[in-house]
Design a binder for this molecule. Structure first.
Ligand SMILES: Cc1ncc(COP(=O)(O)O)c(C=O)c1O
Length: 399
């Protein structure tokens, strides 16, 4: 056999992003605040194993068939009921498609809706994964001004007016209304109604990414924007990553029937593993409320520890969010700081965080960082934040 290596460089399709630079992601480090992993000790391994055993006894033989193209029908019934009860949504199981996490749901919606050159509106700071997918489809991203309740309706209206004056019809609005990634912003009811009203006035649909809705540890639960919509103009997705584990790779999309039919055309053969679906379904059918309550208690306590540590070690030199749910703190350092520029060095010293540039449509939020506290112990959170603060001082980011 010849030992030459075929060079695929000129065969790789245009639009495939270059591989990540060394140091930007890489392996895990000791004080790793980079990614929103949940708490490892809360992972219900025994419960899932027992649930999978029960499920395989009851319906294991069905695994010789390919799953339903929209995913396991009983799981979709479970979801339709959960969404009605907890998010005020009226969707039938036929309007749901199971996906391998909400990341795949995001990819499907973006693929379905985006032509190169399209304009998409989103929060001024947003989820890096979604923005990466949008960029790959050639979209222009326009960030909306926001506050602790998310997108400002006036800013949305003004931007849509400006675009219309230039003959541009925005394709859709992407929003994470509940415990927004990365800011933790939580859209109040009035704000949800106002944002929806502006979108309807301009005839621009909303894509609501609600993957943190289960993780509320303070304040009252708010209905999904989708539930307030009477025009069928809101597309929705959610995830089991945050309440079971990302390793399960399980999420879903919920949308009006014609959209679901179009998604089915691009989702062929892509339904999640029945093992994951069955274990999750049989486990959550019996344990949903107690398990989610346990997670909320864990994350509330860790968030308090993280907020206290930022206060102690960075103090009034920074502005730090204090969200009522979710898995992140969003920290603003003084102007002139550049958290991306020192990330490789931080990782060499076993510290990881999300640099602000990852979360801004213009990739320019240099003086921000996102800290995920979900999977670290209280001690590691305290020690890690103290180390990051010291490191920023040494590097001149915090004076
Ligand atoms: C807003 C948002 N959407 C989607 C995802 C993708 O998550 P998953 O595919 O694990 O459900 C994430 C992950 O953190 C996220 O923050």
């Amino acid at each position: 056999m010849a030992s030459r290596t075929f060079d695929f460089t000129d065969r790789i399709a245009k639009g495939i992003p270059s591989p990540p630079k060394a140091g930007s992601a890489g392996g895990r480090v000791k004080y790793d605040f980079t990614t929103a992993f949940p708490d490892p000790d809360s992972f219900p391994a025994d419960g899932l194993l027992e649930a999978l055993g029960q499920a395989l006894k009851a319906e294991g033989k069905d695994l010789v068939y390919y799953p339903h193209p929209q995913g396991h029908p009983v799981m979709r019934e479970f979801l339709a009921e959960k969404l009605a009860r907890e998010r005020g949504m009226k969707v039938s199981p036929d309007q749901i498609i199971l996906t391998t996490g909400s990341g795949q749901a995001v990819a499907r919606y973006v693929e379905l809706l985006t032509d190169p050159g399209d304009t998409i509106l989103l929060e001024k700071f947003s989820y890096s994964g979604t923005m990466g997918i949008m960029r790959r489809h050639g979209a222009k991203l326009v960030g909306m001004e926001m506050d602790s309740e998310g997108i400002l309706p006036e800013a949305l209206d003004e931007t849509l007016n400006d675009l219309e004056a230039k003959g541009v019809r925005a394709k859709f609005i992407y929003t994470i209304p509940t415990f927004q990634n990365p800011t933790g912003a939580d859209m109040g009811l009035q704000r949800r109604q106002d944002v929806l009203a502006v979108s309807q006035k301009h005839g621009v649909p909303i894509f609501e990414d609600d993957c943190y809705a289960d993780l509320r540890f303070a304040g009252e639960s708010l209905p999904a924007i989708q539930s307030l919509d009477d025009e069928g103009s809101v597309l929705y997705c959610g995830s089991f990553s945050k309440i079971v584990a990302p390793g399960m790779r399980l999420g879903f999309m919920a949308a009006p029937q014609p959209v679901i039919e179009s998604v089915k055309a691009i989702h062929l053969g892509a339904t999640p593993s029945q093992f994951s679906v069955l274990a999750t379904l049989y486990y959550l059918r019996d344990h949903l409320d107690e398990h989610v309550q346990e997670l909320r208690d864990i994350f509330r306590a860790k968030k308090d520890t993280a907020v206290a540590a930022v206060g102690e070690h960075m103090g009034s030199r920074v502005e730090c969010s204090n969200p009522d749910g979710g898995l992140y703190l969003w920290v603003k350092l003084p102007e002139g700081a550049n958290t991306a520029a020192v990330l490789s060095k931080a990782r060499e010293r076993q510290m990881g965080y999300g640099p602000g540039t990852n979360f801004s449509p213009g990739q320019d939020a240099y003086n921000y960082l996102r800290l995920c506290y979900g999977h670290l112990t209280h001690e590691t959170i305290r020690e890690g934040i103290a180390r990051i603060a010291r490191f920023f001082e040494e590097e001149g980011l915090l004076k």
